[in-house]
Design a protein around this ligand. Sequence first.
Ligand SMILES: *Cc1c(COP(=O)(O)O)cnc(C)c1O
Length: 219
Amino acid sequence: MGLSEIAARVAAAEAAAGRAPGSVKLIAVSKVQPSERVEAVLRAGHRLFGENYVQEAAGKWPAWRAEFPEVAVHMIGPLQTNKAKLAVELFEAIHTLDRPSLAVKLASLAQARGASPELFVQVNTGAEPQKAGVLPAEVDGFVAEARAKDLPVVGLMCIPPEGEDAGPHFAMLAEMAARNGLAGLSMGMSSDFEAAIAAGATHVRVGSAIFGARDYGAR
Ligand SMILES: *Cc1c(COP(=O)(O)O)cnc(C)c1O
């Protein structure tokens, strides 16, 4: 696999779903990947990346941003409140707004800075006890409260339960976004991004299919 093959598959899935070319943003998830692999994708012209760890992103992206000014990096991993200040300085978007205390923190940072990254509300579509995210029944109220705080909520994000058909989770997320007037849908990873695009994804988060397997031991 690799970037060009995945980009071609995204384009084919857009076409198959009757979606406009370019309507799906491919986020290349570069967490834990060796810098040579990320640089190869940057040199190939790709400019949208995803990271899971604030500290790791803070260490590697400032230098690449200087070299490739049009780069955008999105936070797609769980965000601790005490890392929120660094996160709003580092990322163009945060896909993991998942609890009221984080909304309060991001709102106060947005006030102080006069700016905020775009935000996706993470939804725990499978209501899994160990997984982050707002429960489906609480999404409408949570989105309303975030908007009341003037937070720029642009969409919803989900990570379907492992080993389950992701389709119903993607459909549920699309339905919740539509009824809340949210255009953004961050869903789909290496194994299921085409199904996500068929269900309306606007942002797919693809890591290993672009870069190869992650080696957490090598960090
Ligand atoms: C790591 C990660 C991805 C990418 O996963 P792959 O299976 O490598 O495509 C996507 N989304 C989130 C939230 C992740 O943590």
